[in-house]
Write a protein of this length. Structure first.
Length: 203
């Protein structure tokens, strides 16, 4: 594997697609950790950044390769930060996107106006090896509000109920390139690539 290739410490197809879309044009290639049958890291820490670091170290330890991790989720301040780090399993272990969305809409049923504000959060970590003492780390937020019912067919996760700030569109109605330009993941990844370039001198 060349130095511009990384293991992606995630089994989430939506993330793999988005990250590959964004890194591909830069000549950077990501391979899913499932290619090496890496077991999922335990996500037991209370913050996205700690969980991203644990995932990146886990994938690097099993593959011996540089590893990129994204720990992300939806934060709704009026629900005390839910679903937060539990976004993928909000409706229970193994929950699908539809049941997570249904639980969120039910929790917000009586909420109006600013109480429906929410943001996506992304913590992105790149380790060059499992015990890398100086990982590259970035975080970003994407602000919006939660709709009353799903709209659009694109994206993944909570995209159909996330209305982009200043627009009537849901994230699932955006063209992929548009989402990449403004999303939490797009912002965090661009900052990470800038750090990588600075560290490498060039890439
Ligand atoms: P993780 O794999 O533990 O980081 O969980 C991430 C979860 O957060 C996903 O399964 C989605 O439910 C949600 N999520 C993260 N990013 C996005 C996004 O860009 N759109 C919609 N949902 C997202």
């Amino acid at each position: 594997m060349k130095s511009t290739e990384f293991v992606l410490a995630s089994g989430n197809r939506g993330k793999l697609q988005e990250i590959s879309d964004m890194l591909g044009p830069l000549g950077l290639v990501v391979h899913p950790q499932s290619d090496w049958s890496v077991p999922e890291a335990e996500e037991v820490a209370p913050t996205f950044i700690e969980n991203a670091l644990a995932k990146a170290r886990n994938a690097a330890r099993y593959t011996g390769l540089a590893s990129l991790a994204d720990d992300s989720g939806l934060v709704v301040p009026s629900l005390n930060g839910e679903p937060g780090i539990y976004s993928a399993r909000y409706a229970g272990a193994g929950a699908d996107d539809r049941s997570n969305i249904n639980k969120l809409l039910a929790a917000l049923e009586q909420h109006t106006g600013t109480e429906r504000r929410a943001y996506f959060y992304c913590a992105m970590v790149l380790v060059s090896m499992a015990d890398d003492p100086a990982p590259l780390m970035t975080t970003a937020r994407w602000h919006g509000r939660i709709l009353r019912s799903p709209r659009g067919e694109g994206g993944f996760g909570y995209d159909p109920v996330f209305a982009v700030r200043g627009s009537q569109c849901s994230a699932a109605e955006l063209e992929p390139e548009h989402k990449h330009r403004i999303s939490h993941r797009g912002q965090a990844l661009r900052e990470l690539v800038a750090q990588l370039r600075e560290q490498a001198g060039t890439c």
